[in-house]
Design a protein. Structure first.
Length: 648
């Protein structure tokens, strides 16, 4: 699939298998091997300087086709940069690239849609034609393709953004994205793409040529032969045109003012709703926090259980010192026995660990030996050298004209074999280095285990030191429990009053929230009706514009028929006017003949023959019968000539 228009040749890696020189930005313009291009009616055997195809990826091609569809739907005069930028915000992958670059795609989409909708549509032969591409549209794509050619890849959306934001050529409409660039750039999200049906092949393109020392000026190409000129509109009266323009402009301005007013009202009500709902939600969250920090039940079940546990602790503290000391002594004896059981465990037996480490090393050595054996089995330098010798012997007996090329190719194969051997040696060195690092890591792990054993012994000493401090802390705990009991009594007295006040406040907030929800639903219904009316008005305006375009097309066709009739009548007048000219020319020729006869007769009368014979026609006087016959023939010839003149 290519570009839907017929005046721009866009290619993707799937639809073209040619040398990189054929792409936009390349140095040549002919396909490799004289092959045929694969893009429908635009396929050619060669390309001129202004007809080099543009190499793009699937995403950028989809954006260009969407821009063409938008221009065709809105009956635009040509596909401009506004349509391309709008298409970048509509295609999902391209919109992700814009968001990752810090460009607000939502606001950019609204601005470009407003620019496209505000343009007055033109008639393109009753919808049968297609809008041509603008020069700026093609130039931006060619600059992006030339930038992508430096890395031997098709042009992408990132290259297009580089042209818009970094290169910034002197092209109208290139500044659309400047007003929508955010300060923070986010990373591009990775989509979960479906697995490919086939594995992609390695690129078969030649590397790009080395960069030149001196930058060359970019070649500016004229428009291609597929460029469609603007339709020649018939001349109209200036007064009618001004009246039509003012009427359409006034209606468009009224619609824009209505849309701005409705947008302002919706934005204001949305801000009020967010402000009121934010305050209500904050107060509800505060109430929930207070209620969660208080006892749940009204009977104080949880609080009663807490009081019971505190009473039990207080009774234990008030019992005689001897009984409490015996129970505590029993608990301490248990702790000592547990510590004694743990202390022998500090002398860890590392024999099992050493065994497992030995098994790991043996397994790693076996794996490395298998890999080395596989590498040796796959790569046999002797076999490759023997095959090269056979090739060399076979080529020596042929024509010596290709010896230089074959030597260079054999030398390249030798270098490749040496490179493979070097890579194998590097892999062996890397594996041996990794084995050494693993051994060092195992030794560090053993050292850490020994340090952990020392830490456990120190921990046991700390526990013994804490036993003396526990006695003082128990006495302090008894005093703090008495103070807690007094505070709990005061809290029980205040809890019932606070819960009643919170219940009343919560019911009042619930009523206010319900009233606000009802008002919001009514306002949303009113705004929905207004938006529906605006939509109907816009649809009606579009229908009127299409009707006006159809009327203009009909008027144009009628005018063309009238002009054809007038041209036919003018041609008939020219033919009628040419007839008198032919008659005048015939009359002039006759007058010239009479003048010539008269002059000749005058000269004959004053010659010697007239003096001698007494007449100017001595032949007629000598032979009267023949002279009469000659005169009759002359008269018949003159009558035939007159009839031919009258017929013409």
């Amino acid at each position: 699939m290519g570009y839907r228009g017929q005046d721009l040749d866009l290619r993707t890696p799937q639809t073209w298998r040619a040398s990189p020189g054929d792409f936009a930005g390349g140095m040549t313009g002919l396909p490799a091997g004289g092959g045929h291009a694969l893009n429908g009616p635009r396929a050619r055997h060669g390309y001129g300087s202004d007809e080099i195809p543009i190499w793009v990826d699937d995403t950028l091609l989809a954006c260009c086709n969407h821009a063409f569809d938008v221009a065709l739907a809105h009956r635009a005069a040509e596909v401009r940069l506004e349509h391309l930028v709008h298409a970048l915000t509509r295609i999902e992958d391209a919109a992700d690239v814009l968001d990752a670059a810090g460009i607000q795609s939502a606001t950019l989409r609204r601005e470009t849609a407003t620019l496209i909708a505000s343009e007055i549509p033109v008639a393109i032969s009753n919808g049968s034609g297609t809008p041509p591409r603008a020069d700026a549209f093609e130039e931006v794509l060619r600059i992006a393709a030339a930038h992508a050619y430096q890395r031997n890849a098709p042009a992408t959306v990132e290259d297009l953004l580089y042209v818009f934001l970094e290169m910034r050529p002197q092209i109208a409409g290139i500044e659309l994205m400047d007003r929508h660039i955010a300060n923070v750039r986010r990373s591009r999200p990775v989509r979960n793409a479906s697995p490919p049906l086939r594995q992609p092949s390695q690129p078969a393109f030649a590397p790009p040529p080395p960069p030149r020392d001196t930058p060359r000026e970019r070649v500016r190409r004229p428009a291609g032969r597929f460029f469609v000129n603007d339709p020649q509109l018939p001349d109209q009266d200036d007064a009618v045109q001004r009246a039509t323009d003012s009427l359409q402009n006034s209606r468009i301005e009224a619609l824009e003012q209505m849309i701005r007013a409705i947008s302002g009202q919706i934005t204001g009500q949305r801000d009020d709703a967010q402000r009121f709902s934010g305050g209500v939600f904050d107060r509800l969250q505060m109430l929930e926090t207070l209620m969660s920090s208080r006892p749940e039940g009204g009977d104080g079940g949880t609080l009663q259980r807490l009081i019971d546990r505190l009473d039990s602790l207080e009774r234990l503290m008030r019992e005689p010192r001897d009984g409490n000391t015996n129970a505590m002594q029993a608990q301490l004896d248990k702790i000592e026995h547990a510590v004694r059981d743990i202390r022998p465990a500090s002398d860890l037996d590392l024999a099992a660990i050493d065994t497992r480490l030995g098994e790991v090393e043996a397994r790693i050595e076996g794996t490395l030996a298998q890999k080395f054996a596989a590498l040796d089995s796959r790569f046999d330098p002797g076999q490759m050298l023997s095959r090269l010798d056979i090739i060399e012997e076979a080529l020596i007996g042929r024509d010596g004209a290709l010896s230089g090329d074959l030597d260079s190719r054999i030398q390249g194969l030798s270098e490749a074999a040496a490179l493979v051997q070097t890579s194998v040696e590097d892999a062996r060195l890397t594996l041996s280095t990794e084995i050494g690092e693993i051994s060092a890591g195992l030794q560090d792990h053993a050292t850490r285990i020994a340090e952990n054993a020392d830490g456990i012994a120190n921990l046991l000493r700390v526990i013994e030191g804490k036993r003396a401090e526990d006695q003082a802390e128990i006495a302090d705990l008894r005093q703090r429990l008495v103070a807690y009991e007094a505070k709990i009594d005061n809290l029980m007295a205040q809890s019932s009053e606070v819960l009643a006040a919170y219940g009343e406040a919560l019911s009042a907030h619930q009523q206010s929230v319900d009233g606000y929800a009802a008002q919001s639903s009514q306002a949303i219904a009113v705004h929905g009706d207004e938006l529906r009316q605006v939509h109907e008005a816009l649809v009606k305006l579009n229908v009127n514009q299409h009707t006006l375009a159809g009327s203009i097309d009909q008027w144009r066709s009628d005018g063309a028929g009238d002009l054809a009739i007038v041209a036919d009548r003018i041609e008939g007048l020219e033919r009628e006017a040419g007839r008198p000219m032919a008659l005048l020319e015939t009359l002039s020729e006759n007058m010239e003949g009479m003048h010539r006869v008269t002059v000749e007769r005058y000269h004959r009368r004053y010659r010697f023959w007239y003096w001698l014979f007494g007449t100017d026609d001595w032949v007629t006087a000598s032979w009267p019968s023949q002279a009469a016959r000659i005169e009759e023939e002359r008269r018949a010839l003159q009558s035939a000539r007159r009839q031919g003149v009258d017929h013409h």
